[in-house]
Design a binder for this molecule. Structure first.
Ligand code: AMP
Length: 472
């Protein structure tokens, strides 16, 4: 469950050569809404000119009016959903970024995080570049504009070779759509077909909605160029062992999506099974923290033979801000989203499954809620290892000192969340469940082993753009 808002977490979608390009992009973004809820945008191309519509808000609100699509004509479009930091200046940070430069127009949509952004930005500014936004993505645009290379593909490759970190990218020009996934393959990106049109999306759930056929995932280090002639694939970067993000499997991607060669739901269920093997307990009922804990709880219940129940019901219509009653209600933030089914919990020994503990505040409130509903015992089980290190590759996590497991033992966390017992999935268990032959997987958030170095490594790394904020 998400009690605070992720920052810098994004989803991208694009379609080339379709009469309803912007409408389909809107639907694609709709399916990717879980990857970013604060702002969204679409840029379309009519073959001569790029057109943009971007705004703060959910996809349905920003693009809910048919009139908008009249302003997004053409056969190609790319779109982006994002969670951005709060404050007055955020609207300038909405993606896709669109610029006109000496060779025409280009728009870019980015999911990920550039780890050497600060150094590159300082360098560009020293050479006279003026930045319009505070987004790391804009660096790519500046490199593109100043590149001396001839073909667009070469300019993109030249620019990206200067960039380190995580990027799944979509570029749109008047005539072409180009998709690139960084050599580590941190974030997912897939390729689909709809009749004679090509579609690119962060996750396959977006292809399903528009009934596009899933062709394959775009590979780590691959650049796919789509134009009137069709699709061409290039591998312009030095080949390395890919390190896709395990947290996509654990929490971030939608369970119906197929990413990194696997279905997310199946992986989560396996994590639950492994968790049951590692942390068995005598109990009467297994309940998930909805929605993120559901598949793992089903796996845990299956493996342990303890019955599965939806002991917490989630209100799916909760907006971003609540007007609290003057007389404060205890645990209001969690109560507005979740309510226990007392009849299921009363007098029971309950196993509660969630996908992760970040700061510990959610688990603490949930344990109390389940106990107040009459549970005799509350055992917390987490389908990932302790998250002790911040992510610098596009999943928003708080700074190290806010991550409860960076400074507390499991016993201390158990006491803080007031559970009768607490068990985390082991790193070995996680890797065994996820499997995969020639893949390393990024597990920096659990191990502190960062596959791509960043400039201030060794010190407490400076968070990039935006921090976690707890909802009111
Ligand atoms: P906490 O209260 O800080 O321990 O938060 C734990 C909850 O946050 C769990 O229910 C997770 O499902 C959820 N969560 C984990 N990672 C993220 C993230 N990057 N963005 C938003 N929510 C998250």
């Amino acid at each position: 469950m998400n009690l605070y808002r992720p920052h810098e977490e994004c989803g991208i979608f694009g379609v080339h050569n379709h009469p309803e390009a912007s409408n389909l992009t809107y639907l694609g973004l709709y399916a990717l809404q879980h990857r970013g809820q604060e702002s969204c945008g679409i840029v379309s191309s009519d073959g001569q000119t790029l057109h943009a519509h971007k705004s703060m808000g959910l996809v349905a609100d920003v693009f809910g009016n048919q009139e908008v699509f009249k302003r997004l004509p053409g056969y190609s479009a790319i779109g982006h959903v994002r969670y951005s930091t709060a404050g007055a200046s955020v609207s300038k940070n909405i993606q896709p970024i669109m610029v006109d430069y000496s060779r025409g127009s280009i728009a870019v949509a980015h999911n990920g995080n550039i780890t050497n952004a600060r150094i590159l930005k300082d360098e560009l500014e020293a050479w006279g570049s003026i930045f319009q936004t505070t987004m790391d993505t804009e660096i790519i645009v500046h490199f593109l504009a100043t590149s001396k290379a001839g073909a667009l593909e070469d300019r993109i490759v030249e620019s990206l070779k200067r960039i380190q970190g995580a990027y799944s990218l979509l570029f749109l020009t008047e005539s072409r759509m180009i998709a690139v996934r960084d050599p580590n393959g941190f974030r997912p990106l897939c390729l689909g077909r709809l009749g004679s049109s090509y579609v690119v999306a962060s996750e396959t759930c977006a292809l399903d909605l528009i009934e596009a056929e899933f062709i394959r995932e775009i590979e780590p280090g691959e650049m796919v160029v789509i134009d009137k002639q069709g699709m061409k694939s290039y591998f312009p970067f030095k080949k390395i062992v890919p390190t896709p993000c395990l947290f996509e499997f654990i929490y971030f991607a939608r369970p119906d999506s197929f990413i990194f060669g696997k279905n997310v739901y199946m992986v989560r269920k396996d994590l639950g099974r492994q968790l049951a093997r590692e942390h068995a307990i005598d109990a009467d009922v297994v309940i998930p923290v909805p929605d993120s804990g559901v598949p793992a709880a089903m796996g845990y219940a299956e493996e342990s033979g303890i019955s599965f129940e939806m002991g917490l019901i989630r209100n799916h219509y909760v907006g971003r801000t609540f007007i609290e009653p003057q007389q404060s209600i205890r645990h209001f933030g969690v109560k507005i989203k979740l309510n226990p089914v007392r009849e299921l919990l009363k007098g029971k020994r309950v196993v509660v499954i969630d996908d992760s503990i970040v700061r510990g505040t959610t688990s603490r409130k949930i344990v109390k809620m389940v106990r107040n509903a009459g549970a005799k015992e509350v055992h917390m089980r987490i389908s990932s290892p302790p998250t002790s290190f911040p992510c610098y590759y596009g999943i928003d996590t708080p700074t190290r000192k806010e991550l409860i497991s960076s400074s507390h033992t499991i016993e201390e966390i158990r006491r803080y969340i007031t559970a009768d017992s607490l068990g985390y999935l082991s790193q070995e268990g996680l890797l065994t469940s996820v499997g995969g032959d020639n893949t390393e997987y990024c597990r920096a958030c659990f191990s502190g082993g960062y596959p791509v170095k960043f400039p201030n490594m060794g010190m407490e790394p400076k968070p990039q753009l935006g921090l976690f904020q707890e909802e009111p």
